[in-house]
Ligand binder design. Sequence first.
Ligand SMILES: Nc1ncnc2c1ncn2[C@@H]1O[C@H](COP(=O)(O)OP(=O)(O)O)[C@@H](O)[C@H]1O
Ligand SMILES: [Mg+2]
Length: 332
Amino acid sequence: MKITIVTRNINNFENNINQVDTYGRGNLDDVLAIKKILSERGHEVKTLEVDIDLYENLKSKKPDVIFNLADDGFYDDPRLEPHVAALFDILKIPYTGNNYFTLALCQNKARAKEILTYNGILTPRWQVFNNSNRKLNPELKFPLIVKPIREDGSVGIKERSVVKNDEELKEQIEHILDIYQQEALVEEFIDGREFNAGIIGNKKLTVLPIAEIDFSELPPNIPRVVSYRAKWVKQSIAFKKTPVVCPANIDEKLQKDLEEISKKCYKIFGCQGYARLDIRYDEKENKIYVLELNPNPDISEDGGLAREAKTAGISYENLILKIIDLALKKEV
Ligand SMILES: Nc1ncnc2c1ncn2[C@@H]1O[C@H](COP(=O)(O)OP(=O)(O)O)[C@@H](O)[C@H]1O
Ligand SMILES: [Mg+2]
């Protein structure tokens, strides 16, 4: 088969407004690993960076399938991630992962939460701020968490993002507006267990073993969140003290509920291929809250989805082949 891997660029992020948190961005390890796997299987594999000539380049290459690793979008602007997939549709070339519409729906976290709420899925109560002088909706109770409305990979999430009073709230909203140049999403902070659920499939879905972030060793002065530091900065306490446990130690009932909710969300957003959900479970109230759904999450070998697949007995190689297979069998 002729396979083209469409990849993010390695460059200096010139056009990217979010130059603050760029760990892991522009990393091509997954591209190289996937290229190796597919080449070894005898496929004719080419890589193509996302740039303004992408359409013409693909038109002349005419691959049988595209492996979409262009999660940084055009011009390294993740807002333009759906547009890359839309272009594959225009060219009528099958591609891995989610379609442009799902990618776009999940991009704005507040819009996605509206859709979840409409469909009866619990998500933390929230309010969007485009300036810090707006009054807080009295239904929202502290502590709250303040996040950029459309980022990934814990970009913009710090220990100080969890706020306990109006003053801290205002400060964090201003920080988001100023640094990330986007609206601030303020949510009730759900103090509970955090799970990730990876799913693969188009119509017939496989929920991979659920992973849990173990916050138990985190010093009490550090809020229990997967901050940017906890996710990326390997030498930090936050990173070291938030290991991932997979499979999570959960009872059958919780397992079943998490799987059911995850599948429901996958379907609501019309996901295809693979996706991953972030979930919080409030044990006191016995409530499961969906934080967000990530279509086309990180599929590098040491990333969450690959780890969950491995726990299920699916090797990295088989995961990649499965994702290609699903791309060729997408249903409209
Ligand atoms: N409402 C919330 N309650 C508790 N923790 C939260 C909440 N929202 C986010 N977090 C914490 O912040 C992390 C990143 O938030 P998330 O919305 O998943 O953004 P990202 O797209 O950057 O992954 C989560 O994994 C979780 O640890
Ligand atoms: Mg997340």
